[in-house]
Ligand binder design. Structure first.
Ligand code: PMP
Length: 459
């Protein structure tokens, strides 16, 4: 008895407040305890093996057994386990990583600011936008637009940028000056007979109207993920970013590309911005930057922003922002080694090679009577389940269709993620092989087959 009471599962229920979990349900259901990992596989405490079809949280791009990253961290920790970048201090790994990121990123990035997570990166981006506009004598230009279903994190400012109800409700968010515009999901919001291009034009026209309504002198920036991830793996419609960027340019609104998921190969190019022709003024990166072996993120900024921020700090006496762990040497060393491995192993070429196989396999589900849309590119994709294929009507969210499919897939040995609107997301480690893709999709297919009666009953 006392063994049961003191089991890791019991102690987990008692002591751990889980992120993104129904905490009431957790008391009954308990945790899945993951103990070991190798390659694209993880193993639980009962010895069950799962393909990690989400690379954890879209992040362990080199899989779960990359010894070189372990070595890079250990070596750095022996030499200099900690130092910071405050008050003119620095260390060479941080300099190297900042230079490398600015050199490799699209859009002429001039400087990098380090943080520890995507949320902190986007929070920093918001603060930089406000600080910069004060610096250049445009204190009214402060409003920030992001998109419904966008995901940018959960700190107070980044959760405000996020456009999902459960990140706002009862948290008293979003904060002042952060507001949301259209989600450009053509399948969901395209009108009868409207082409994808015409839909993109309507999105851009709506954005322009919104900027004019708010007053162009008050709108500072627009945040966008190249592909919206946690909101449901939503790809931009054809010509969307071209048209959106023309509007932003016209009204002098900065564009922030949130590359936290898309960055470092996920879409089949090094950055999602390259895949979609985005020239951002700022960019946030995290997750695959270190293959998630240690927490690190970076905000990259263009020359004009770096200069504006610098001048203001000169006037005020300091740039009053920074984290204890901004540029933590071990995290930076792991990130540098990760980027080196991407180069050596030509990770982008690998994604270009195996990505189409994943996309082809996912599209096999288009024939399913309750699949509304299969979407994706590179090594990211989603299968959206609907109550009615003809009308695209979604399932009642209280039926928990996505969650049930995800749980059943887990029983079949593949870990996936149910995103809003019953869209099951796939975002495996970038090192995945074609054979492992087949294994992953086959296991998912078994789960869907085993729910052949249950799914229609929910409609
Ligand atoms: N931006 C995007 C696009 C993300 O997907 C995420 C996390 N899923 C974040 C920001 C927030 O990152 P973190 O969880 O590291 O704070």
């Amino acid at each position: 008895m006392s063994e049961l009471v003191n089991s890791p599962a019991a102690r987990d229920i008692k002591y751990v407040m889980h992120p993104y979990t129904n905490l009431e349900k957790h008391k009954e259901q308990g945790p899945l305890i993951i103990e070991k990992s190798a390659g694209v596989w993880v193993t639980d405490d009962a010895g069950n093996k799962y393909i990690e079809g989400m690379a954890g949280l879209w992040c362990t791009s080199l899989g779960f057994g990359e010894e070189r990253l372990v070595e890079a961290a250990a070596k750095q920790m022996r030499e200099l386990p900690y130092y910071h970048l405050f008050t003119h201090k620095t260390h060479v790994p941080a300099i190297d990583l900042a230079e490398k990121l600015c050199t490799m990123a699209p859009g002429n990035m001039a400087q990098a600011f380090f943080a520890n997570s995507g949320s902190e990166g986007n929070d920093t981006a918001v603060k930089l936008i406000w600080y910069y506009h004060n610096a250049i004598g445009k204190p009214e230009k402060k409003k920030i637009l992001s998109r419904i279903k966008g995901y940018h994190g959960v700190t107070v400012a980044s959760a405000s940028l996020t456009g999902l109800p459960y990140n706002h409700k009862d948290f008293d968010l979003p904060i002042h000056n952060i507001m949301h515009v259209d989600c450009p999901h053509y399948y969901r919001y395209g009108e009868e007979g409207e082409s994808e291009e015409a839909f993109a034009t309507r999105m851009a026209d709506n954005l322009e109207k919104r900027i004019l309504d708010e007053g162009p002198d008050t709108v500072a920036a627009f945040f966008a993920e190249p592909i919206m991830g946690a909101g449901g793996v939503i790809l931009p419609p054809k010509t969307y970013f071209e048209k959106i960027q023309a509007v932003l340019k016209k009204y002098d609104v900065l564009l922030v590309a949130d590359e936290v998921i898309c960055g470092f190969g996920r879409t089949g190019n090094m950055f999602g911005s390259e895949t979609y022709g985005i020239q951002p003024d700022m960019m946030t990166v995290a997750k695959a930057l270190s293959s998630a072996y240690l927490p690190i993120s970076a905000v990259l900024v263009s020359e004009k922003i770096a200069e504006g921020v610098s001048k203001n700090s000169g006037k005020l006496g300091t740039f009053g922002h920074g984290y204890t762990y901004s540029g933590h040497p071990a995290a930076v060393a792991v990130a540098l080694e990760t980027l080196k491995i991407y180069d050596e192993r030509k990770i982008v070429d690998h994604v270009k090679e195996v990505g189409p196989h994943l996309q082809k396999r996912l599209r096999e589900f288009e024939a399913h009577p309750h699949v509304g849309e299969v979407r994706g590119t590179g090594l990211i994709g989603a299968i959206e389940f609907v109550a009615d294929k003809a009308t695209k009507r979604s399932f009642d969210p209280t039926k928990g269709v996505g969650a049930k499919i995800m749980a059943t897939a887990q029983e079949k040995g593949v870990i996936l993620r149910a995103t809003p609107g019953d869209a099951i997301a796939f975002s495996p480690p970038l090192i995945i092989t074609k054979e492992e893709i087949d294994e992953m999709v086959d296991r998912f297919a078994q789960a869907v087959t085993s729910l052949a009666d249950w799914i229609p009953e929910q409609a």
